[in-house]
Design a protein around this ligand. Structure first.
Ligand code: HEM
Length: 379
């Protein structure tokens, strides 16, 4: 099983799926003594944890990671809908959902294709940059970030996301804090139509944090979806040629990739002072649950023949965008971006038989699965 030592490391292993199968067999919810956390691997357990009212997105003792607590990055982190529960979460989420629903998907599709076609990824390093930058540029344009500063904002977001990973070095965290400060200043000064229109009832600082959040949520997750789709198209016999001839197949490709090899492999929940009863187990106050979204997607109870990559899969179910009150509000946008970027890529004159497309390594992460076609050191 590729020498996978634990379910966190599995997220970036070459093939974590046989290992996840063994974890599902280990029980719906079991305690990992080495990692000191609970693990939910099957579909029913994953849904139960994500919908449990006494499990929260951050530990009570550490609402913001200690490593960034007193920095501009920490201030942004603390305002994110994704990182809050209760009233603060509801207010920010309501505002985000309202605004995201106003995005014109057709326009998003067009601008993704334009960005995708502009920087044709002819080799592995260019493809690594392309999977990250195309979604970010398209989303920044949708948030009304004007063209002259768009590239700069995209670069800042790429620096900012380092603060979301416990693997980041002190140098990367320092860069992330500087980027957070710069992004807050740009959005605070009202660059772009969204930044200038704070939803009623929401503090301006919280809105700005969540604009940064929309771009940072787009960054690794959509790069992962896009990159994993490229890998699937290169690996599945005949798939690249089929979608080049019939681009309408791409939506189904994106949906199957989101199930079969999802960008976000796991998320976490924490019990606060009252603890939580779930599936007959007691989660002690302060304990964490690792929620294996990617393992649940391969549960035969919800997807027959789960290991097969099947276009046209009947009744496909997946957990790649979460569930419950924190379920991703950007799912349709992410799928539209991935579909239109892939359309531009598969129409370009690229040799799909090149080995690097089929055998990437994965960028260091505790939860995201983002292929890296040209391996390089992460500082
Ligand atoms: C393939 C791309 C994406 C994937 C796989 C993905 C996945 C997820 C997942 C799993 C969650 C839930 C995390 C949890 O419950 O712990 C989430 C939340 C979220 N996502 Fe996405 N996401 C993607 C793209 C996007 C995009 C493009 C946006 C914005 C435009 C976005 C905005 C958000 C927000 C704001 C939340 C927090 C929601 C809340 O806490 O209420 N995501 N995403």
């Amino acid at each position: 099983m590729n020498d996978i030592s634990d379910p966190v490391q599995a997220a970036t292993a070459p093939d974590p799926y046989p290992y996840y199968t063994a974890l599902r067999a280990a029980g719906p919810l079991y305690y990992d003594e080495r990692l000191k956390l609970w693990v939910a691997a099957g579909s029913a357990a994953v849904c139960a944890v994500l919908q449990h009212p006494a499990l929260f997105v951050r530990p009570a003792a550490e609402p913001v990671p200690r490593a960034i607590a007193d920095t501009a990055a920490g201030a942004v982190f603390g305002g994110l809908a994704r990182m809050n529960d209760g009233a603060a979460h509801q207010a920010a989420r309501r505002a985000l959902q309202g605004r995201l629903a106003e995005i014109d998907t057709l326009r998003l599709t067009q601008c993704t294709r334009e960005h995708a076609a502009r920087c044709r990824p002819a080799n592995a390093p260019a493809l690594d940059a392309w999977v990250v930058q195309v979604p970010l540029l398209a989303m920044a344009e949708s948030l009304g970030v004007p063209q002259p500063v768009r590239q700069e904002v995209v670069a800042l977001v790429q620096d900012f996301v380092a603060c979301l990973s416990p693997l980041s070095s002190p140098q990367r965290l320092a860069l992330a804090a500087e980027a957070a400060q710069a992004l807050v200043e740009r959005f605070g000064a009202g660059i772009g139509s969204w930044a200038g229109q704070v939803p009623g009832g929401l503090p301006a600082g919280v809105w700005v944090a969540n604009l940064v959040g929309l771009l940072s949520q787009t960054c690794d997750a959509t790069a992962g979806l896009l990159g994993n789709a490229v890998v699937a198209l290169a690996r599945e016999p005949g798939a690249w040629a089929a979608v080049s001839a019939e681009p309408a197949l791409l939506r189904d490709v994106v949906d199957e990739v989101a199930r079969h090899d999802p960008a976000i492999q796991n998320t976490r929940r924490y019990a606060h002072a009252q603890g939580a009863e779930i599936l007959g187990r007691h989660i002690e106050p302060g304990q964490a649950v690792l929620v294996l979204l990617a393992a649940a997607n391969r549960d035969a109870a919800v997807n027959p023949q789960p290991d097969a990559f099947q276009l046209g899969r009947i009744g496909r179910r997946h957990h790649g965008f979460g569930a419950g009150v924190h379920q991703c509000p950007g799912q349709a946008l992410a799928a539209a971006i991935a579909e239109s970027a892939l359309c531009a890529l598969t129409q370009a004159d690229i040799d799909a038989a090149r080995g690097f497309l089929r055998r990437p390594v994965y960028r260091a992460s505790v939860n995201a699965r983002v292929p890296q076609f040209h391996p390089q050191e992460t500082p």
